[in-house]
Design a protein around this ligand. Structure first.
Ligand SMILES: [Cu+2]
Length: 795
């Protein structure tokens, strides 16, 4: 990982600091309506002029001419139906000049570049939005944003500021004028709105003829249902092919290498310039990237598709009118753009676009269940994401596009995958040829980045591909703003469905059953017992739990506090039975992260297994026997996959080591660095190393070789950076393994001791100190905040 990447997010303003300075944050988080927000805001000159703007589409204003772009006749390009969506006066209410959305959008301007710097900090959901809290969005989407209104605020004990009356009078006059000029605009809001199609990115848009793809795109307001089709939805803007339904994500542009693309883009909005990025030759960072389309105009762009790879295009409406402020109506204005190398396509090549819509924002990645946001993959949130089905032995290829403004460490259960390419939306680099391909179970992807991966499902059953930032796989409040019960009071019938949400893809592998794991008889298995139990301290909201490991007469840890979780050391190729005993007052389950095992033992409560043979959550007082035979030595982890955010914070996670020989395992030379979230006050800039805020000194001897195993099971903070420093300068270490997979020689290199970590990743490094010295292992956030320190003493 380059330093540039490692440093991304440095300019991010930590929401925790801005939270208290942003009054509107608390307004929104308490569900206050637009009207009340309006009442506390000063009217802006721009807003009034906008409110009086002509209701017919204005003539296109001059825009910067991009190479190869022509402007076509705007009157021809705006169909009557769309024109009737010109925002009415009642929608273009006065609003604040200071614009969050503008902030947000300028940061999102190029998802790949600036957004990553501004917003790519660990766990950052919406720094700027939280920071500013007010602003202008687009063409009057505000009041329609939620298909059902948020709960109304109390109105009795609140006096409107004096200007409110004058504002209302002004609005009334303008509304009357518009009524005379264009009455159909007034009742526009009552018109049914187009339901967005959910785009599974299997059908390319446009017409491909003689090496030329012609595609007509336009922006529309749509009714989007990221949850169930009949659940409350949102009004957002989406791309559409003209003459077809709009979709989220937008139409897929997918062409063979060598194709010329002719894209006509229409902005039917009455106000605001549509800025589109990504519709230019890919693979060449120097090509002009921005296409600006004035309100009411259509522009055409013609370009060579460029180098094979995974890309995307995105849009935003700049300078439009909106009464909505905190929501992100342009968050779904994006679509995949794939250039296939000749002859490279195959049946299981799928494009997965990650999106994030939010109305409420939370600090530092600590998303509350009640927050109004949606993490989506191809337009849907778990459990409504598409279920992918494969046969044993298939070759499966995903192209993952992070079109959201958050970092996502994407984790595949049960199997390793090859990372074939990594891109930034403009350039896609391939691994291959002289260098080996990273083989991992977790790939961290920053905002605006893309990657492609290949894997082969070798075992049947249900599997997951999901984000390992726990806060991105939470079930959030319904989009009508109604409340979910607190997790510890949630009445759950199926953990996988009731407790998870967001960035999760369900995978079913069918075919012949492989007896890989559980064939050994019970007597041939090593017997372990892992008890999940309450620890001292804790509360319902922030409980304290821990694991105790028993083997024969041995018990780990011997006494409270039960932190860190005991390191389980298994032997490669040796069958094991781990009886997980639940002494908690709530159901749990244990996922053996990174282990290649049978689905039934994979530990996703109420999901793992296949057909009718599904592993239930382990009820209080009950137990579950996990049987597997770890096929490779490496560094792994274990953690609950039932209410995982809360249970992991409570203390339920630990390191799982697989070694060549348990009897020869030498803890004096094999050192674990386990990073977890503190039990209480998890949003403070503190991270536990081996269960402690003041970890024990790591003692090394000159002339010996050590293996350092770094395990990241933090519940959020997907961009922590660990450094091993002398004074403040990183020393060197040799990379050995990632996610339990040994690195091939070309990757097992000596390098600066700096590593960016994503949740669900493990890294092994070799240290061979040559002289006595004092070192420190330092963990910092992406924005440089000190999270943890461990002294390293070399004698
Ligand atoms: Cu994520």
């Amino acid at each position: 990982m380059s330093d540039a990447l490692a440093a991304h997010g440095e300019s991010f303003v930590r929401p925790a600091m801005t939270r208290s300075s942003s009054p509107s944050w608390s307004f929104w988080s308490s569900g206050v309506s637009d009207a009340w927000i309006q009442a506390i805001r000063a009217p802006s000159p721009r807003a009034s002029s906008a409110a009086m703007a002509p209701s017919t589409p204005p003539a296109p204003t001059p825009v910067a001419v991009t190479q190869g772009v022509s402007t076509t006749n705007p009157t021809r390009s705006v169909p009557p139906r769309t024109r009737s969506r010109v925002p009415s006066v009642s929608r273009g209410r006065p609003h604040a000049v200071v614009s969050v959305s503008a902030m947000y959008k300028s940061s999102r301007n190029c998802i790949g570049a600036r957004a990553e710097r501004v917003l790519g900090a660990e766990g950052a959901i919406l720094g700027p939005v939280v920071k500013w809290g007010v602003g202008s969005g687009g063409n009057g989407l505000g009041k329609r944003l939620l298909r059902r209104p948020l709960p109304q605020p109390p109105t009795t004990n609140h006096s409107p500021p004096p200007y409110t009356r004058a504002m209302r009078q002004a609005i009334g006059i303008v509304a009357a004028m518009v009524w005379v000029i264009a009455p159909r605009h007034i009742d526009d809001r009552a018109a049914p709105i187009e339901r967005a199609a959910i785009n599974d990115n299997r059908t390319p848009a446009g017409t491909l003829r003689d090496g030329v793809l012609t595609v007509d795109l336009e922006v529309r307001e749509v009714d989007w249902r990221p949850d169930a089709d009949d659940a409350p939805g949102l009004v957002v803007r989406a791309f559409a092919e003209r003459g077809k339904r709009a979709s989220i994500p937008g139409p897929l542009i997918r062409v063979p290498e060598g194709t010329t693309v002719v894209a006509r883009v229409t902005n039917p909005m009455s106000h605001g310039t549509l800025v589109v990025r990504g519709l230019s030759t890919r693979g060449s960072p120097s090509v002009p990237d921005t296409l600006q389309v004035a309100a009411g105009a259509t522009r055409e762009v013609r370009f060579a598709a460029g180098a094979a790879g995974t890309y995307y295009y995105s849009g935003q409406i700049l300078g439009g009118i909106s009464s909505d402020t905190l929501s992100t109506p342009d968050a779904e204005l994006h679509g995949a753009f794939v250039v296939d190398a000749r002859g490279s396509r195959h049946a299981n090549d799928r494009v997965l676009v990650i999106g994030l819509w939010t109305r409420t924002a939370r600090v530092g990645g600590l998303v509350a269940r009640g927050d109004l946001l949606r993490f989506t993959i191809n337009g849907k949130s778990w459990p409504h994401t598409e279920r992918l089905t494969y046969s044993v032995g298939d070759t499966v290829r995903y192209r993952v596009i992070n079109a959201s403004i958050a970092v996502h460490p994407m984790h595949l259960h049960g199997f390793y995958f090859d990372v074939n390419t990594r891109g930034d939306g403009t350039v896609d680099s391939t691994f291959g040829g002289a260098t080996s391909v990273p083989r991992v179970v977790t790939e961290r992807t920053a905002p605006g980045r893309t990657f492609s991966m290949t894997w082969i499902p070798e075992r049947t059953g249900n599997w997951l591909f999901h984000c390992h930032d726990n806060f991105h796989v939470l079930r959030n409040a319904p989009l009508d703003g109604s409340a979910l019960p607190p997790e510890h009071l949630a009445h759950v019938t199926n953990h996988a469905v009731d407790m998870m949400g967001g960035l999760v893809m369900g995978i079913e592998v069918r075919g012949r059953r492989e007896g890989l794991v559980s064939q050994a008889g019970e007597s041939a298995r090593r017997q372990l017992r892992l008890v999940a139990q309450p620890d001292s301290g804790g509360s319902d909201a922030e409980p304290a739990y821990g694991y105790v490991l028993h083997e024969g007469t041995k018990t780990l840890p011997a006494s409270a506090p039960l932190l860190p979780g005991p390191t389980i050391v298994l032997e490669r190729g040796k069958p094991v039975s781990i009886t997980v005993v639940n002494h908690l007052r709530e159901p749990t389950a244990v996922h053996w992260h990174g282990i290649e095992l049978e689905s039934y033992y994979d530990g996703v409560a109420d999901y793992s297994g296949g057909g009718a043979h599904i592993a239930k959550a382990i009820a209080p007082g009950d137990s579950f026997v996990a049987r597997f035979t770890p096929p490779r030595s490496g560094t792994f982890m274990y953690h609950p996959h039932a209410d995982e955010t809360r249970q992991q914070q409570a203390g339920l996670s630990g390191t799982l080591l697989v070694v060549d020989s348990v009897s020869r395992f030498d803890p004096l030379h094999d050192k674990v660095v386990l990073l977890t979230v503190p039990r209480a006050d998890a949003n403070r800039d503190r991270v536990l190393i081996n269960g402690s805020l003041a970890p024990d000194t790591l003692r090394l001897r000159v002339g010996e070789r050590y293996r350092l195993r770094i395990v990241d099971v933090h519940t959020y903070r997907p961009s922590m950076i660990v450094r091993l420093v002398r004074d403040s300068t990183p020393v060197s270490w040799r990379a050995l393994a990632k996610d339990g997979m040994d690195l091939p020689p070309d990757r097992a290199t000596v390098r600066r001791a700096v590593q960016q970590l994503g949740n669900g990743e493990t890294y092994d490094f070799e240290l061979a100190p040559r002289e006595p010295t004092e070192l420190k292992l330092v963990v910092r956030s992406a924005v440089g905040a000190l999270l943890a320190e461990m002294p390293v003493d070399v004698r």
